[in-house]
Write a protein that binds this ligand. Structure first.
Ligand code: ATR
Length: 310
């Protein structure tokens, strides 16, 4: 989701000269993707290094799909300490790595790579970052809950597996293209032992899944800036009080999907804290440091002011 969303002012941080202190001992981190211009990860990671006074820098690289292998070999040769991976490389990078963490393997996607003395190890911090953000903002987890996921792309797959692993009673995937929802449901059931089902958007089955869900998560880009008047659910899908609505979109801060849910008395949460925590977990994997809660809160405030939607 990350690269598709536009931060408030991507140029702002750069004007403040964040590269001023680079020297021979600076550890280099990166993010690769295509496109990469809208990534907010450089802002997030460089602000952590500044806050903690660490001699590190984080830079974006646009890597075309045909150049992935060369980029990975280059990172090894240059002894880059770690890097994030975003669309379209999260799956295709897997065979190029030396090791994959168990959760990343289960999800089938890597968003964080650590260079351990020349061995590249892949992790996925998207799922864990989401689970933590969701827990903190909604005050609840997924155990015994019925969850509906809108969309069936990479984000939906990672979340569906994570939510099933956390003990959800049901994970219903609703998507415009039914086959893609079915593929994810099959995968979740294979890997986690059940609880997933799929339905085509607009079908009676999808309405039943929606109406019976405690938690409804939007992973489609529908309603993202500048399409403020669009919603991934038409108004025949009616929220009811007690449901939690979660939107992976963070710009605008309140999508039409979230405001409709709020009007019906639901808890409504956007995806900004998820984006933040997937980055914090990557930082912790690379550095072995646990970020202090107080510093994390301060960094989130800053992040939310520079990156968060209105
Ligand atoms: P990501 O990998 O970041 O999750 P993605 O692969 O682009 O993103 O997936 C986005 C999901 O949103 C897809 O399931 C897509 O539906 P299709 O599978 O039918 O393509 C869904 N999506 C995108 N635009 C949509 C729209 N205008 N209406 C409904 N669903 C949409």
């Amino acid at each position: 989701m990350e690269t598709r969303q536009r931060p408030k002012d991507i140029g702002q941080e750069l004007k403040h000269g964040m590269t001023a202190d680079v020297n021979g001992k600076t550890r280099i981190f990166a993010v690769i993707g295509c496109p990469i211009e809208h990534s907010v990860s450089p802002q997030l990671h460089n602000s952590i290094y500044r806050e903690l006074g660490m001699n590190c820098i984080y830079v974006p690289f646009r890597v075309e799909p045909g150049c992935l292998e060369a980029a990975v070999r280059g990172f090894k040769a240059l002894n880059v300490a770690g890097f994030n991976v975003t669309v379209p490389h999260k799956q295709s990078i897997i065979p190029l790595l030396d090791e994959i963490d168990a959760e990343a393997e289960l999800i089938g996607a890597v968003n964080t790579v650590k260079n351990e003395n020349g061995r590249l190890c892949g992790y996925n911090t998207d799922a864990e970052g989401f689970a933590r953000a969701f827990r903190e903002e909604s005050g609840t987890g997924f155990r015994d809950k019925k969850v509906a996921i809108l969309g069936a792309g990479g984000a939906a797959r990672a979340l569906a597996i994570k939510i099933a692993l956390e003990g959800a009673a049901q994970v219903g995937i609703i998507n415009r293209t039914e086959e893609k929802a079915r593929d994810i449901a099959r995968l979740v059931n294979e890997k986690t032992g059940g609880a997933a089902l799929a339905a085509k958007y607009g079908s009676l089955e999808s309405r039943e899944i929606f109406a019976g869900s405690d938690i409804v998560i939007n992973t489609t880009p529908v309603g993202m800036y500048p399409e403020l008047d669009r919603c991934p659910l038409d108004d025949t899908y009616d929220f009811h009080a007690g449901q939690i609505a979660y939107d992976a979109i963070y710009n605008p801060a309140k999508t039409l999907f979230l405001s409709r849910a709020e009007q019906k008395g639901c808890i409504a949460v956007n995806g900004l804290r998820w984006l933040f925590y997937q980055g914090i977990y990557a930082f912790e994997i690379w550095t072995g440091k646990r970020l202090d809660e107080e510093i994390a809160a301060k960094l989130f405030d800053k992040f939310s002011n520079t990156v968060g939607g209105k």
